[in-house]
Design a protein around this ligand. Structure first.
Ligand SMILES: Cc1ncc(CO)c(N)n1
Length: 217
């Protein structure tokens, strides 16, 4: 079994809870209230701040230029099309971009800061991979729904489906699969632990979003 499949299979219950969630089902069938999405996007914009820094750190740690290039292209997408999606959505939903971090967003920021501070490529990859792979998993079954939804719901699906995004996940998996055999048992355990905590935080983030993050006005 690929190391990344093994990592996922060990945390299957949390993975399923995070990727087959009432929040994303409501998002995809268009019944998610605008306020619920607004609160989620405000908190997720804080996540993106930490994610950009973590991805930049992984680029800096990549073993060779060829390993860094797909990550750098993905970084451009997040700071380009995805960032613009956030700003357009805040405008359409009539909320500011800035909001105080809720505990679930703060926990993610802390985890990403920890992965960054480790200085270890495999630790950074573990957290990046969970974030992107779990989003590919929840969004892919809804790919054909995007067009019928308001853009602030539909484009969130589009950004996390399709060949390009699947390629990002394939690349992150490949990077971690390749690093894995060179790690000591202790290093492998650290990766597994970060992977699991990231999955738990994805689950907690959707739980909190579904209950409703407070919306900053
Ligand atoms: C919390 C969270 N996890 C993953 C992604 C995908 O990048 C996101 N936007 N937000």
């Amino acid at each position: 079994m690929r190391p990344t499949d093994l990592l996922k299979s060990r945390v299957q219950a949390d993975w399923t809870a995070a990727t087959d969630h009432a929040f994303t089902r409501a998002l995809a069938d268009g019944t998610l209230p605008a306020d619920r999405m607004a609160g989620y996007l405000q908190q997720d914009y804080l996540f993106v701040d930490g994610f950009v820094r973590l991805l930049a750190s992984a680029i800096a740690q990549a073993p060779a230029l060829a390993d860094a290039v797909p990550a750098a292209q993905f970084l451009a997408l997040i700071t380009g099309a995805e960032n613009t999606y956030f700003l357009r959505s805040f405008k359409a939903l009539e909320v500011p971009a800035d909001a105080p971090a809720c505990p679930e967003a703060r926990a993610f920021q802390d985890l990403m800061a920890e992965a960054r501070a480790s200085g270890r490529y495999e630790c950074m990859l573990a957290v990046l991979l969970v974030a992107e792979w779990s989003y590919l998993d929840w969004a892919t079954p809804f790919a054909d729904r995007a067009g019928a939804l308001p853009f602030w719901l539909g484009e969130w699906i589009t950004l996390h489906t399709g060949e390009g995004f699947a390629g990002v996940v394939a690349y992150l998996r490949d990077q971690l699969d390749r690093a894995w055999p060179g790690l000591s048992p202790r290093e492998q355990a650290r990766v597994a632990e970060l992977f699991h905590r990231a999955v738990q935080l994805e689950r907690a983030f959707f739980d909190a979003a579904w209950a409703g993050f407070p919306v900053a006005r």
